[in-house]
Design a protein around this ligand. Structure first.
Ligand code: HEM
Length: 441
């Protein structure tokens, strides 16, 4: 829950900066302000969200406890410190904070330490559960993507700080940005989200678990796309070869991954036993739709030679339509579920308790989710049209929608939507707002 709280604060902060006109499209795409905004979203929001979800979810996937229940807290502290230092480093590129602590080396050390703890903890947990089921294998590949992203990001940061000066590091800095982005958005965030979504959607819609040949192909193509982009791309760059063929090959594999994944998810929706599905599952479909749209745009723009010009719009759609949309939709189930376990778990069978769905008020949340997705798509369109003012209007709608969703999550956590008479049967207790007391074992 602390990871989720920190992540949501980062999301709201990033959206506020966008409304204020900070970063792209008001500043160039590679400007320090844009770099700060991008990392507030991808590290502060998406990566913390996913780490928090994995600490909770990996034990469920493999039916075993987390390797260490104590490491997530120091990891969170290191990651937050590292993120703050990285953002300060980006600000320093602007000349804004000439105070000049060595922010990039500090960020590199703290982020390396924080992510190493995450990787160690989740890695050991998965290792002990071999042979892994399919969703857990997605997570394992996603974690490799995280390791690659962080390693390349740290190389960039140390080159910017003037501390890494080897020819290989300088070449990776000059040409490696696409690898960093593909490994981060594609490998770490997307493949992990795919693995988690297979399991969560099946669970929440009462659909059969997927272990179809197509699902295994999604994992295989996704892993190959990541491997080709990271290993092939880095090798090509260090050996001074053109990397275009490598990225085309990775792009084709990535496209196959998305097509097969979307087909699988459509199959899950069709095969479900629960006819009337909950809001979180309906909104997950809007997120998957955004991913498919982004993949189509990459193909069309790539074939027109216009991908580089519209990269900002496509990255925005992936970050806000797909990853953040799915994240918010799933939080709208995970938060009530955890809260329900904490509050009513101890009295189950001894007193009558509300259902998990009684903790949420979908009729109120629906409009905020609707606003959120319309705003995310409108902001993408504004970026395509190069309209900075339209982007700020859409960002304001995004901020309002997100705030509405966050209020609903806080209400669920505080059990505000459960009728007072049923809220606290004898023996139950109100869980603290940002600390989860559930144990994974
Ligand atoms: C989930 C993880 C990450 C993702 C998805 C990600 C994504 C990105 C993106 C999209 C850009 C380009 C932004 C632009 O041009 O406006 C970028 C640049 C950069 N990233 Fe990351 N990043 C991640 C993690 C990290 C980490 C952990 C570090 C450092 C410790 C880092 C350091 C950098 C640096 C220094 C640049 C600027 C490179 C340059 O000036 O060419 N990133 N990243």
């Amino acid at each position: 829950m602390s990871y989720f709280a920190a992540a949501l604060v980062a999301l709201l902060a990033a959206e506020s900066l966008m409304v204020a006109g900070w970063g792209f499209p008001n500043a160039p795409i590679g400007a320090p302000a844009t770099l700060l905004l991008v990392h507030l979203v991808v590290l502060g929001w998406l990566s913390l969200l996913l780490c928090g979800a994995l600490f909770q979810f990996v034990p469920v996937l493999i039916a075993r406890p987390l390797h260490s229940a104590t490491l997530p807290l120091p990891a969170l502290v290191l990651l937050l410190g590292g993120l703050a230092a990285l953002l300060a480093g980006f600000l320093g590129l602007n000349g804004t904070n000439a105070a000049a602590l060595p922010f990039f080396p500090i960020a590199s050390t703290l982020l390396a330490a924080g992510f190493s703890l995450v990787l160690w903890n989740l890695g050991r947990t998965l290792w002990a559960a071999r042979p892994l089921g399919l969703p857990a294998r997605f997570v394992a590949v996603g974690l490799l993507g995280l390791a690659a992203t962080v390693a390349i990001g740290i190389t960039f940061a140390l080159v910017l700080a003037g501390d890494a000066t080897t020819p290989a590091a300088l070449r990776i800095f000059a040409y490696g940005l696409p690898i960093h982005i593909v490994a981060g958005l594609g490998g770490w965030l997307t493949l992990t989200a795919m693995g988690v979504s297979y399991r969560l959607l099946a669970m929440f819609m009462l659909a059969p678990e997927l272990d179809r040949p197509s699902t295994r192909a999604v994992l295989r193509f996704g892993a190959w796309a990541l491997g080709v982009a990271v290993l092939g791309g880095t090798t090509a760059i260090v050996l001074k070869q053109g990397s275009a063929p490598v990225f085309i090959a990775a792009g084709v594999l990535g496209l196959l991954t998305v097509i097969l994944y979307a087909r699988d998810i459509a199959h899950l929706y069709r095969a479900r036993k629960r006819r009337v599905i909950e809001l979180n599952s309906r909104m997950a479909a809007a997120a998957v739709g955004s991913l498919v749209l982004a993949a189509l745009l990459i193909v069309v723009l790539g074939s027109m030679g216009a991908l580089a010009r519209h990269a900002g719009a496509v990255v925005f759609l992936i970050a806000f339509g797909w990853l953040s949309g799915l994240g918010l939709a799933k939080l709208y189930k995970i938060v009530p579920f955890l809260t329900w376990l904490e509050c009513y778990g101890p009295v189950l069978g001894k007193a009558s308790t509300p259902r998990v769905q009684d903790l949420v008020a979908e009729q109120h949340a629906r409009k905020w989710f609707g606003l959120y997705f319309i705003a995310a798509w409108a902001a993408t369109a504004a970026l395509f049209l190069d309209s900075a003012w339209a982007f700020r209007v859409a960002a304001a709608m995004l901020l309002v929608g997100t705030t509405g969703i966050v209020v609903q999550l806080v209400r669920a956590r505080r059990l505000d939507d459960v009728p007072a008479s049923a809220r606290f049967p004898a023996g139950s207790m109100r869980p603290p707002l940002i600390l989860s007391l559930t144990r994974s074992h």
